[in-house]
Design a protein around this ligand. Structure first.
Ligand SMILES: [Zn+2]
Length: 243
């Protein structure tokens, strides 16, 4: 893995000097890699990440892992709101939904995998603490998005991916019970389950609709609807059982 030093001034101390125990994956959401790297290192932008991986698989190191990088913004996971304070953040170059979302090339995925694997082993990060930005900020964010290859990472011990047969069996077993408890299961996984229902037809999903869409983007990327269908409910029950 080729690592290029590209320091960013945008970081501060981790609270209480504690070691990171989460990994947050992002896409850059800008037209070019150069533009994204400039922004992540610009003191005026007030954003950063520990690493950026470009489409050719080159890794840029911006912030030392023992420092708090500024990538998650207002966020919540498993009841903790200072996600930057607890996590390592990796940016993955991709124009994103705004500028032409496209699949992540093989070389890039292999570099993301190697880097993530090293981070997860170094800090013993548990599978459900490897998340996408959209998981921790569902109303604001859609990255790294439904084209990201989470199963590839999970097969190498990075993050969690549910077994399809287990989900199918669950779907046949208790669909109504799982629909009733979907909010509780999503909370057990780590999502903040909002009081307001949201609207699946809205351009910008909010409330529960946004959380359901984030969960689907992460665990059922072929169909991101924001609605609590039976398959989504069964998936939530299976993933929650791993928490
Ligand atoms: Zn992000």
């Amino acid at each position: 893995m080729q690592i290029v030093e590209r320091p960013s001034p945008n970081h501060n101390a981790r609270p209480g000097g504690r070691a990171p125990d989460m990994l947050v994956l992002h896409y850059t959401g800008m037209r070019t890699a150069a533009e994204a790297l400039d922004r992540l290192c610009d003191p005026a932008a007030q954003v950063s990440a520990h690493y950026t991986v470009d489409e050719g698989g080159t890794v840029y190191a911006h912030v030392a892992e023992d420092r708090r990088a500024w990538h998650a913004g207002v966020a919540c996971w498993q009841g903790e709101t200072d996600v930057n304070g607890l996590s390592i953040g990796i940016e993955i170059v991709n124009p994103g939904h705004e500028f032409g979302y496209r699949s992540f090339p093989e070389a890039q995925m292999q570099a993301v995998l190697a880097l993530s694997q090293a981070v997860v082993e170094r800090y013993r990060i548990r599978p459900l603490r490897v998340v996408g930005h959209s998981d921790v900020a569902p109303e604001r964010k859609t990255d790294p998005g439904e084209l990201f290859d989470w199963p590839l990472l999970a097969a190498a011990g990075v993050g969690y991916w549910p077994d399809a047969r287990t989900v199918q069996a669950r779907l046949e077993a208790e669909p109504e019970a799982d629909r009733q408890s979907i909010g509780r299961n999503l909370e057990r996984i780590g999502y903040r389950w909002p009081a307001e229902p949201g609207d699946a037809g809205a351009a910008k999903p909010r409330g529960r609709t946004a959380v359901l869409a984030a969960f689907q983007r992460r665990f059922r990327p072929v169909s991101v609807t924001g609605t609590a269908d039976s398959e989504t409910a069964a998936l939530a029950a299976v993933v929650a059982a791993a928490a």
